[in-house]
Structure formats: C-alpha cells, structure tokens
Design a protein around this ligand. Structure first.
Ligand code: HAS
Ligand code: CU
Length: 536
C-alpha cells in the first residue's frame, strides 16, 4: 500500500476484520433463534453474541470504514489530508477503545446490546472504549474539515466538490448527534458504572441516546449516498443527473437528521404526545431527501443506459454493468432500500409503530437498511477502492461477482421472515422463537427460514473478507487505477447549498426546539433512579 493511502487502508482493514467477526456472531444468533443446536448454545452466549454483533457491525465496522473512505475522498478531491499524524492518533484511540469494549463484551461483562439502555449495566471499560471510538472519529472529522479549509483558502468561490459536500454533511450530522451521546455516556453512564452514583434514570438516558441514535443511521447512510451520487454514475457509464439535487439532499439531512429521535420512543411515558407528533412530522420530512435520491440516482442510471444506446422504456436497465462487483452491490443496495424505506415509513407512523415496536420486524427493518443498503454499498466500495489504494488487482473476481447477489438473496430470506414474524408478534432479541404453545409454532418456521438466510449471508461474508484479505496480501501488482468521480450533466455552480455554516446554525436551532422543552420538562420532574441490572 502506498504511503499516501496507508492511513485510509489501515482504517478499512480494521473495518473488514470487525465485519468478519461480527458476521460469525450473527450466524450464531440466527441459529439460536431457530432452535438449531450447536455447541455451547445458551442464553448468555446468545446475548453476548447479540451485543458483539451489534457493536462490531453498527459501531466499529461502519465508523472505521467511513473514516477510511473519508481520507480517500479528501485526498482525491482536495489533494491533501491535513494533519495525517493526528489521523494516526485518531486511529489508535478508536482502535484501542474498540478492542477494550469488545474484550469486556466477549468476557460477558457488558451484555447490554448495542443500544446499551440502562438499567442494563456494562463494565466501565465498555463505555470508556465506546467514548474513545467516538473521540477518534471526532479527530477524523476535524482533519476532514481542516483539509477542506486549507483547500478553500486556495480555491475561493469554487463550488465544494460533491463528494466532499456529502462528507462534510456527514461530519456535521455526526458532531450534532454525538452531543447527545456524550451527555448520556459522560454525564450518566460512566459515573454510574464506576459506582460514583447509585442510580440512573432510564428515560432520560434513552432520550439522550435517541438524540444520537437516529442521526447515527444517517452517519452510515450519507457516505453510501456519496458513493451513489459521485461514483456509481461513472461506473455505470453515465453521468450524474443533477449535482444540485445532491447538494439539496445533503443539506436537508443536516437540517432534519437529529430532531426526530422520539420516533424510537413512541412507547415511552413522560414525553407528551404533541412532541411525539412533532418528531413524526419531521421524520416524514427526512424521508423526502431519500425520495429525491431515488429519483436522481435512477435518472442517472437511465442516462447511463441511454448513453450505451438503449432506446426503449426499460431496456436501459439491461445495459447496466450487472457483473461489475461495485455496480451490482450498489444497485442491489438500492433495490433493498425500496423496502427499507417503506418499512421506515411504517415505523414512523405513531399508531402503526405500536404493531411493530420491539418485535422481530425491527431487526428485519435494520437488516435491509443498515445490513443491506449501507453494508452492501460499503462492500462494493471496498472492491472499487482496494486496487486503487493498494496497487493490486482484485483477487477472486468471480467470487466478487457473485458475492453481492448472494448477500441480497440471503437477506431476502432473512429479513422478509423477520418482518413477517414481527407482525405475528415475535419479540426482537429473544433467544428462542419456539416459546411455548401456539405462538412458538407460528414463529418457528419463519425463524428457520431466517437461519437459512443467515447461512447464505455468512457464506457471502466469508467471500467478502477473503477477497479483501487476499487482494491486500497477495493480489498481483498492477499500476493502480485512477479514482474517477462522476461528472454531472450540468456542471456545479456556487450556490447557497454550499453554505454549511448557515445550515448548521439552522440545524442547531431545530435541535434546541425539538429537544429543549421536552428535556427541561423531564428534568424538572422528581426523577426516580434505577439500580443497575446485570442479567448474567
Ligand atoms: Fe430506521 C428503527 C424509521 C431509515 C436503521 N432503523 C431503526 C433501527 C435501526 C434503523 C438500526 O420511525 C433500530 C434501532 C433500535 O435498535 O431500536 N428508518 C426510519 C425512517 C427511515 C429509516 C422513516 N433506518 C433507516 C436507515 C437505517 C435505519 C437508512 C440504517 C442505515 N427506523 C425508523 C423508526 C424506527 C427505526 C421509526 C423505530 C422503530 C421502533 O419502534 O423501534 C427513512 O430514512 C427511510 C427513507 C428511505 C426511503 C427509500 C428511498 C429509496 C431509494 C432507493 C430507490 C431505488 C430504486 C431501484 C427505485 C424513502 C433511495 C433502483 C433500480 C435499479 C435498477 C438499481
Ligand atoms: Cu430512527
């Protein structure tokens, strides 16, 4: 790996490793839920595994991948990474924190699931490790912003390159979101886990958590959108349909990602129904930029098909490069998002949420969104960027061609079954679906189909990790292909959509409006705390 990319590459290597370990945990859980016996199957192993899987996939894999990708985008679009040394500090902090947290999970001392709701209590090193991971990502964000500033001083008046526009939006959302997390973890969870205070207030903690937890999903999604807007069109052989729409979308996410967290707390008491409705309306607003994305990217793909000579209504679809691993991953990721978005809109409806909340439907939902839309985009992006940063040819290209389809097929089995099982009342995060009586029978067969899906997913995951590792270590040396970003049908012009300072101020006001009053009210009541609880 050339020196210029070693920081990015090392971050991505950690992401791939975390993904591999987490995939194995995922398989264990699906087998367990379907009552398929394997050595050491037990309740405690199940919950350790759910925690490890959630933390490693949702927090470690994503964050390291996004950091690695961010360095590449900055290098390629701005021609610099300001403060590379600090980037290594960020890497070691985040890496050390992740390992510390993972050890306490695997030792069974932090069986708190990736949402770490109190009064479930983890080992203090779990919270401190998670904090270090976030501190590392803050430093990374600072490096990206510093690189942008340095570029800006040499290029006054130019529009921000679109990949950097999306990346800056991601980082702003991340800073705004992690304020909530920092208050919860530093102000509540760490002092409580160190026994400096005896009790904790679960409702207040959950409220801070979801201030962070919903924008977290856009911290994952926006880097995927950056790939869709700025790489996919050129891989498909076409052009981006509209650069301006891309900018509008990223700005809308800055404005609307955070003030929606109550859609995770519809069932929580103590938050008035009017505030829940406000967050619902804002949730439906944040669906809009994804609908615009659906339009813009599909239009770009149509442009690509037509540039290759398609003239019919739909035959442009067949002209797209379906055997290119990057293209196939992203296109399937998009198709999955039709269902992920539809499910999200159901979740966000106050009344329908009560049908699906805390059921297996939710794990169905986030495996099509995070587990497919985002994960497949990142896997495809790995195939795209590895040869470019390592100067090595992709190994096992045939495997890389089938891997995305395998993932998609596995997820169809897995996620569809859990969606249906959820509607039949199967709770989420249970060790076994064949609980007593009639209900067990209604759930068991679906859990078995999901387990079959998990086997397919695990196979696909092994392919992905093998291809990445083999390319890195033993790929044939080639001249590294250039990074190419899509040009748009009409070139970008300087516009109000590049004024992130202003948009961030508006976002801050919206967050204060959406969370200020409900939090003040919650905190002004007499609060009864809860003692810690450790199930195993
Ligand atoms: Fe969600 C719960 C609502 C998006 C992740 N969500 C979760 C949880 C996770 C998660 C992890 O309102 C569980 C949290 C927990 O552990 O408790 N979600 C939404 C809404 C959206 C949404 C409204 N979620 C995501 C994304 C995620 C994610 C993205 C991860 C990356 N979600 C909820 C709610 C809950 C929830 C409630 C709480 C439920 C409960 O009760 O606990 C929206 O952002 C979705 C907008 C998306 C669209 C789709 C646009 C489609 C596109 C593709 C077009 C492709 C085409 C085909 C046309 C409107 C862009 C292309 C054709 C070719 C030929 C290629
Ligand atoms: Cu949400």
């Amino acid at each position: 790996m050339s020196g210029r990319y070693s920081l990015a590459g090392t971050n991505i290597a950690v992401a791939v490793a975390a993904f591999g370990v987490a995939s194995a945990a995922g398989l264990l859980q699906a087998l367990s839920l379907a009552d398929i016996h394997f050595p050491y199957r037990s309740e405690s192993l199940y919950y350790i595994s759910v925690t490890a899987h959630g933390v490693l996939m949702a927090l470690v894999f994503t964050t390291f991948f996004i950091m690695g990708l961010g360095y590449i985008l900055v290098q390629e679009n701005l021609g610099r990474v300001a403060g590379r040394g600090l980037g290594w500090l960020a890497f070691w902090l985040a890496g050390f924190g992740s390992v510390a947290a993972a050890i306490t999970i695997l030792r069974g001392q932090s069986t708190v699931l990736y949402t770490f709701y109190p009064p479930l209590q983890a080992h203090p090193l779990f919270y401190m490790g998670a904090t270090l991971l976030v501190v590392g990502s803050w430093i990374w964000g600072g490096i990206v912003i510093a690189s942008y500033r340095s570029w800006r001083s040499e290029h006054p008046g130019e529009p921000i390159p679109l990949p950097i526009h999306g990346l800056l939006a991601t980082i702003i959302i991340w800073y705004l979101a992690t304020v909530g997390l920092a208050i919860e973890v530093l102000g509540m969870l760490i002092p409580w886990s160190l026994h400096w205070v005896k009790t904790i207030d679960p409702l207040v903690a959950r409220t801070y958590f979801w201030w962070f937890g919903h924008p977290l999903v856009y911290f994952w999604l926006l880097p995927a959108y950056v790939m869709w807007y700025t790489v996919l069109p050129s891989t498909a052989g076409g052009k981006l349909f509209s650069d301006t729409l891309g900018r509008v979308v990223f700005v809308m996410f800055v404005l609307l990602s955070v003030p929606v967290g109550f859609h995770h707390q519809f069932a929580d008491p103590g938050i008035s129904v009017g505030w829940k409705l406000t967050h619902t309306v804002l949730t439906y607003s944040v669906v809009y930029p994804s609908l615009v994305t659906a339009f813009t990217i599909v239009a770009s793909l149509e442009v690509a098909g037509r540039m290759k000579g398609a003239t019919g209504l739909f035959n442009w679809i067949g002209r797209l490069p379906w055997s290119d691993p990057f293209f196939a991953s992203v296109a399937l990721a998009m198709i999955a998002f039709i269902f992920g978005g539809f499910g999200g809109a159901i979740n966000a409806a106050y009344a329908m949420n009560s049908m699906v909340h805390n059921t297996a439907w939710i794990q169905g939902h986030f495996h099509v969104t995070l587990g497919t839309t985002v994960a497949m985009t990142f896997m495809g992006a790995t195939y795209w960027l590895l040869p470019r940063i390592s100067g090595r040819e992709l190994r096992f290209v045939a495997l890389a061609r089938v891997q995305p389809y395998l993932w998609f097929a596995g997820m169809v089995l897995f996620s569809t079954s859990y969606h249906i099982a959820g509607l039949r009342g199967l709770p989420r995060r249970v060790y076994s679906a064949s609980l007593t009586g009639d209900y067990g029978a209604r759930w068991h067969s679906l859990a078995v189909i999901a387990a079959a899906g998990a086997v397919v997913l695990f196979t696909s995951a092994i392919f992905y990790v093998t291809i990445a590792a083999a390319t890195w270590l033993a790929g044939r040396r080639i001249e590294a292909p250039a990074f190419e970003f899509a040009s748009s049908l009409r070139p970008a012009v300087p516009s109000i959509w590049d004024r992130f300072g202003m948009w961030t101020s508006v976002a801050v006001v919206m967050i204060l409006a959406a969370y200020g009053y409900p939090l003040i009210r919650l905190l002004s009541h007499h609060r009864y705390g809860s003692l810690p609880y450790q199930p195993f």
